[in-house]
Design a protein around this ligand. Structure first.
Ligand code: GLU
Length: 288
């Protein structure tokens, strides 16, 4: 009885790529949840959230209530952070974006991860006194995972891919805890960041089948590490292909012509959308 979820951020209107992701999640789960990932208050808008529900219902989807909003879960993320801090795996990072970019440029061939150059570790080795001084001076800071230390704690780990990664990866996949380097767990302006919020909520909601696009396949590595560190249950993953535009690029929130509402206004029916994203002849991936 898998529980799956579709977890959009309300930062724009849903497009064909989202329709495919939502339809896949709904098809693969016996319980299907929608989670609104709105921790970034500067980019999320209530009208986009309302539009998400309207578009999903128009597609013919129904999801379990009550629906969860990440903005209401900051306390749970803070508790998880405390757990990681207690294990000595978190450090404050006072760097600005510009300082990080400068440090990376200075280093020359800085190692890269899925999101670009890895954080060079500038603040990892600050002394306790330096940290206290900066905090007392009111310098804003993010919290980062000490990935090397975390790797030592979790040992060898794997996650289960029931679909396939972008390069056909499937089955039990060995985790690389260093893939994202010292990831941000809490931002300067919000007390959580994507990876932490996702693992905390997937476990809280009993999500045991995470379906999502290939673009988030690498994220499973660090998310599996956080699950292990926090003692959370391990979901299975089923990553799916991305719906690409005519140029072979991922749709972006700026492609207004392929938003579900623009298509609907042009008279396209839900069945036509389902056919267009290749869900008429599902299964595209094996969900179990
Ligand atoms: N909120 C993420 C997004 O909109 C998806 C998170 C996930 O499926 O893990 O891309």
């Amino acid at each position: 009885m898998p529980t799956s979820r579709f977890a959009p951020s309300p930062t724009g209107y849903l497009h064909l790529g989202h329709a495919f992701a939502a339809l896949t999640a709904a098809r693969c789960g016996t319980r299907f949840l929608v989670r609104i990932e709105d921790i970034d208050a500067t980019r999320c808008r209530p009208e986009y959230e309302a539009a998400i529900f309207e578009d999903l219902a128009w597609l013919g989807l129904a999801w379990e209530q009550p629906m969860l909003r990440q903005s209401a879960r900051m306390g749970a993320y803070a508790t998880a952070l405390e757990q990681l801090k207690a294990q000595g795996l978190v450090y404050p990072c006072f760097c600005t974006r510009a300082e990080i970019a400068e440090e990376i440029a200075r280093a020359g061939d800085a190692p890269h991860g899925p999101d670009g150059a890895l954080y060079p570790g500038t603040c990892r080795n600050l002394s306790a006194a330096e940290r206290t001084e900066k905090i007392a001076a009111g310098i804003p800071y993010a919290l980062r995972l000490d990935a090397a230390k975390a790797a030592g704690v979790v040992g060898s780990l794997a996650f289960t891919e029931l679909g396939a990664g972008p390069n056909g990866e499937t089955g039990r996949i060995a985790v690389d805890p260093l893939l994202f380097g010292d990831v941000v767990l809490a931002r300067k302006e919000t007390p959580s960041a994507y990876h932490l919020a996702v693992v905390v909520d997937d476990a809280f909601q009993g999500v045991d089948l995470v379906t999502r696009g290939h673009d988030l396949f690498p994220a499973a590595h660090i998310q599996r590490v956080l699950q292990a560190l926090l003692g959370l249950s391990e979901p299975a993953y089923a990553h799916h292909r991305l719906i690409l535009d005519a140029d072979g690029k991922k749709f972006s929130k700026r492609d207004h012509a392929v938003t579900l509402r623009a298509l609907r206004q042009r008279g396209v029916t839900p069945d036509e959308i389902i056919g267009r994203v290749g869900q008429a002849d599902a299964p595209m991936i094996s969900c179990r």
